[in-house]
Design a protein around this ligand. Structure first.
Ligand SMILES: [Zn+2]
Length: 225
């Protein structure tokens, strides 16, 4: 009974296939881990994610670690992370992104890992910022500190999908605000769960680039690009 009680809070079934996890496995079983569709975009300078931002914001690196494949595993994981309190999935995905960074980029490439901030009202509704857990996972693997005190979200954007592209463009101005500009000459790794139009990430990156000498890269867990 105690075990049942514990597993309520620490579910030990795979988040993808629901099989019971073996010792040493966390959140996703080893089989599902190997089947998650990786993009390897991190090793391609002109990959579709970095291209999405061409002419919009200058990035050093832009990549997603996973691709939304045909079987919907990643959609399920991201959905659970966002709407079902499955913050451990955020940590897991962040660790995967972090491992890819560790394997592919020189050590100490980044100064800070920055999760895309949620508006305080939205954070209150959801109870957490899903990107914080991704950033934590990356930070843990790469040893790069996470910082949530440099930039905030001051405007809550609503139903972006219903708006035209032009309106979306106007909507992204001044969504974010630097609240601590002391961190000059740093390379920020901006982190989000997914990228679609890229307008939110673009807006956030442009704001970070207002800090003198700053460089920005973008990492997302998954994309359909
Ligand atoms: Zn599994």
């Amino acid at each position: 009974m105690l075990n049942d009680f514990i597993s309520l809070f620490f579910p030990n079934n795979c988040s993808c296939c629901n099989q019971v996890l073996k010792k040493g496995e966390n959140y996703v079983c080893v089989i599902c881990q190997t089947e998650l569709p990786r993009t390897n975009y991190i090793n391609q300078k002109d990959n579709p994610v970095s291209k999405l931002f061409w002419g919009r914001v200058e990035l050093i690196y832009g990549f997603s670690t996973f691709h939304f494949g045909k079987h919907g595993r990643l959609q399920d994981l991201i959905h659970d992370l966002k709407y079902k309190n499955a913050t451990g999935i955020g940590l897991f995905l962040g660790q995967q992104v972090g491992q890819e960074i560790k394997d592919s980029l020189p050590p100490n490439t980044f100064s800070y890992v920055i999760p895309v901030p949620l508006h305080p009202k939205k954070k209150l509704q959801r109870g957490y910022n899903q990107s914080t857990f991704l950033a934590e996972g990356i930070s843990e693997v790469c040893g790069v500190p996470m910082n949530e005190k440099i930039i905030i979200r001051q405007v809550e954007t609503t139903s972006q999908t219903r708006k035209s592209k032009f309106e979306r463009w106007e909507n992204v101005e001044d969504i974010f605000k630097i609240i601590d500009a002391r961190h000059e000459n740093k390379h920020f790794l901006l982190v989000d769960d997914v990228v679609t139009t890229g307008s939110t990430l673009e807006s956030c990156a442009l704001e970070l680039l207002k800090i003198p000498g700053s460089k920005v890269s973008i990492a997302v867990a998954a994309s359909g690009l």
